[in-house]
Design a protein around this ligand. Structure first.
Ligand SMILES: *[C@@H]1O[C@H](CO)[C@@H](O)[C@H](O)[C@H]1NC(C)=O
Ligand SMILES: *[C@@H]1O[C@H](CO)[C@@H](O)[C@H](O)[C@H]1NC(C)=O
Ligand SMILES: *[C@@H]1O[C@H](CO)[C@@H](O)[C@H](O)[C@H]1NC(C)=O
Ligand SMILES: *[C@@H]1O[C@H](CO)[C@@H](O)[C@H](O)[C@H]1NC(C)=O
Ligand SMILES: *[C@@H]1O[C@H](CO)[C@@H](O)[C@H](O)[C@H]1NC(C)=O
Ligand SMILES: *[C@@H]1O[C@H](CO)[C@@H](O)[C@H](O)[C@H]1NC(C)=O
Length: 704
């Protein structure tokens, strides 16, 4: 009796998501493939069953799949959300472009009996191996009956694949199909069976092999052209209940051969900090996920990133050449998993090459830590409620670079909150720029041993950023004179750098801080002096580098170099005085300023034990890249950033040749954008415990 009841439940639990292809003859060819998954949400407050159905579809243009009820009671769609995930003009020759959309439907059902919905139309994109384009049909067979093992509703496995795959004919490659089962079942992949109506054409292709247990598709070699795949992803529960499956279809293009298959030459190579394939990334509701992807190819030009992921994911290309994928989960995403897959495309002449595909799985959890980020014109404020953090030593928390005394987390914190006020130009704050925005990023992490220089993993990692729209109004208040920089360094104690601009080569009295931003004519000299104030006598200061940049941040990617590795780079630079702890120099107000609305002069300086021949200070000018300092704490300090400005070209100059440039809104500085700022915590991560056996290992600069 018991057995029979169980079996009845099993049949009810049968879940089917499948895709059928029906052949019709037509000239229109626009379908690239699709994937359907669903999540049972249980009984809602109204006493109805809820299920969320996500269907991703890729077409020649941006189109949505419309499902209609095929059999059973398909319930009522009470919420519909749809949008474009990604699009590209690097499609196959026969269709040129593609666009992937996602439709999220929430269904209310009065019973949990099985039903089927279907979307169908003509046609697949044209395959060179066919003389026609078949029609397509996506049939989702949904059953949210309770599983006999967990007593919970069924969930489909999550599957994802980038919208369009391509590989040169002579380059074997293996694709890991992202498969994850939220119920912890074993997932397998196979080709669809005609008898089960899982496919229409049901071809397997020579030159490709599918590893069913690992869900990998291996390309060995095949003639040029487009190949379609209709796969079924099944999950096998540990106990003997029914299996459920979802399926996905996609096209794969085999391109003409390349002269070398080595990644990093013609084909792009994904490099650090790109996440590894299969990584699980935790993210909290309301906190932004930010995935950095970087690719290199010596003989090709990096063109774009293509991706698939949840609705509202966005991609950004920074001026430094990195890609960022960003997504912020909403409360409805809590407890769910979302696969994100990406590949980078490069161009070499008229050829397009794709990198390997990587997929990560995002694990959305509820908001755990109470945090507030406030973005001001030249600083960001982060407040973290201590009660919502795991137990830890608050004096072990630090910003990326804590050497500047304004970066201390002790100064503003109180008994209930960790409070950091972080200048945009200090504490290791990183800068990232794309066409629309500037992002300033930093993080609060724990150090077990505060003297350790590199720790691989932190107990807590709170990443945050302030985003400023570049198209804001310029406000003068941002153009303030920079104050003294006070730092603390082991063995050298607390000391202060004073960086000032002077009216002439006498270096007697600095220019009044109230007259900033300073205006210069092209050719006029800018007189600057850096001085280190310390009570420790036996020390000397070294100016390792100086540059001019439109943003006051040491990490700007392409500054104009004045001094590099202790060597003078700007031909107009004159050193007026160089004493133990004083450096006075001047440069001509240069054309570089004209490219920007205004620039800052920033220098990296350090202190050394005077007279010691083994310090960086006594080595002076070193050829670029010749010397990677291994810091010896006792004889020299870390590198500190000091800056002054802004300086700009006088209006009369700008009214002439510079006018068009200066009207370019891209160049308008971020000031006054307080209204347009977004402050966010992103990538909040806890590591429950540190492995005590963790060995010290330098972080790899490049993945091999
Ligand atoms: C997408 O973003 C819009 C606007 O911010 C929001 O209303 C919607 O709920 C989001 N949809 C999903 C599925 O995240
Ligand atoms: C997802 O996050 C939850 C909560 O932090 C955790 O319990 C679970 O193990 C994570 N899932 C995976 C697959 O890592
Ligand atoms: C601590 O600082 C936070 C944030 O500035 C503030 O909201 C809170 O009231 C302060 N708590 C105490 C006890 O002073
Ligand atoms: C810029 O300033 C003008 C005038 O003060 C104001 O009307 C406009 O709304 C501002 N624009 C933005 C984006 O703040
Ligand atoms: C900066 O340092 C100089 C030299 O020690 C000092 O005279 C000046 O008052 C300092 N400025 C501020 C704002 O503390
Ligand atoms: C540093 O030198 C000055 C003058 O030479 C002297 O007055 C002072 O005592 C010295 N300070 C230390 C800490 O040695």
């Amino acid at each position: 009796m018991l057995r029979r009841r169980e079996r009845a439940v099993d049949i009810m639990a049968l879940t089917l998501l499948l895709l059928l292809m029906l052949v019709t003859l037509s000239s229109a060819s626009h379908f690239y493939g699709g994937v359907v998954t669903f999540t049972a949400k249980g009984l809602g407050s109204t006493g109805n069953y809820e299920v969320e159905v996500r269907s991703k579809a890729t077409f020649h243009g941006c189109q949505y799949q419309y499902f209609s009820c095929y059999s059973g009671n398909c319930g009522y769609n009470y919420q519909l959300d749809a949008g474009i995930i990604d699009s590209s003009s690097n499609g196959p020759v026969t269709a040129s472009s593609w666009c992937q959309t996602e439709t999220v439907t929430n269904k209310l059902l009065s019973t949990n009996t099985p039903f089927k919905t279907r979307a169908d139309s003509c046609c697949w994109i044209y395959y060179s191996s066919y003389s026609y384009s078949p029609s397509w049909s996506v049939l989702a067979s949904i059953d949210i009956g309770l599983r006999s093992d967990t007593n919970q509703p069924n969930n489909s496995p999550d599957i994802a694949i980038v919208p369009f795959l391509r590989v040169p004919q002579n380059c074997p490659r293996t694709y890991n199909l992202m498969t994850f089962d939220p119920d912890g079942d074993v997932v397998r992949c196979r080709y669809g069976h005609f008898a089960a109506a899982e496919c229409y054409d049901c071809r397997t292709h020579h030159g490709f092999s599918l590893n069913e247990a690992e869900c990998t598709l291996q390309f060995q070699s095949a003639s040029q052209g487009i190949y379609e795949f209709e796969l079924v992803v099944e999950d096998f529960p540990q106990q003997s209940i029914t299996l459920r499956y979802s399926d996905g279809s996609f096209v794969f293009q085999v391109d003409p051969p390349v002269s070398s298959c080595t990644e990093g030459l013609y084909l792009p190579k994904l490099v650090s900090p790109t996440p590894m394939d299969g990584e699980i990334i935790p993210v909290q509701v309301g906190k932004e996920l930010d995935i950095t992807v970087k690719a290199e190819a010596q003989y090709s030009t990096v063109d774009q990133i293509i991706l698939t992921g949840p609705l509202n994911i966005s991609k950004h290309h920074t001026t430094a050449g990195e890609f960022h994928l960003r997504w912020t989960p909403i409360p409805a995403n809590n407890g769910l998993y979302f696969p994100i897959c990406f590949a980078v495309e490069v161009k070499h002449g008229s050829s397009v090459h794709q990198s390997e595909m990587r997929c990560v799985l995002v694990n959305v959890t509820d908001e755990l830590v109470n945090t507030v980020v406030t973005c001001l014109e030249s600083s960001m404020i982060v407040e973290v409620e201590k009660a919502t953090l795991p137990p830890l030593h608050y004096d072990h928390l630090r910003l990326s670079d804590p050497s500047n005394t304004v970066c201390s987390l002790q100064t503003h914190s109180n008994s209930t909150h960790v409070v950091a006020i972080i200048p945009l130009n200090a504490c290791g704050t990183d800068i990232e720029e794309d066409d629309d925005d500037l992002l300033f990023k930093n993080e609060i992490t724990t150090v077990d041993d505060p003297t350790a220089i590199i720790t691989r993993r932190h107990q807590v990692e709170i990443k945050f950023f302030c985003q400023y729209a570049k198209r804001g109004n310029v406000s003068l208040s941002f153009s303030a004179h920079r104050e003294n920089v006070t730092v603390w360094d082991k063995g050298f104690g607390t000391f202060t750098y004073v960086f000032e601009i002077f009216p002439d080569s006498q270096f007697v009295s600095r220019i009044d801080p109230r007259s900033y931003p300073l205006e210069y004519d092209v050719g006029q000299r800018i007189y600057m002096e850096i001085q280190a104030m310390t009570t420790v006598n036996n020390t000397e200061m070294f100016v390792e580098s100086c540059s001019a940049a439109p943003y006051d941040n040491p990490n700007y990617h392409s500054p104009y170099l004045l001094i590099q590795n202790g060597c003078i780079k700007d031909p107009t630079l004159v050193v007026h005085q160089s004493q133990a702890r004083l450096y006075a120099f001047s440069i001509e107000a240069f054309k570089f300023i004209g490219l920007h609305d205004q620039v800052y002069i920033g220098c990296s300086v350090l202190m050394c034990e005077a007279g010691n021949p083994n310090t960086r200070c006594s080595h002076g000018c070193l050829p670029s890249g010749a010397h990677r300092r291994r810091r010896e704490a006792a004889i020299e300090t870390g590198v500190h950033y000091v800056s002054q400005g802004p300086v700009k070209l006088r209006n009369s100059e700008r009214d002439g040749a510079g006018l068009a440039l200066n009207l370019n809104m891209n160049l308008v500085f971020i000031a006054g954008c307080a209204l347009a700022t977004v402050g966010m915590i992103c990538g909040l991560i806890f590591y429950k415990s540190r492995k005590s056996t963790m060995r010290y290992q330098p972080l790899p600069l490049q993945e091999s």
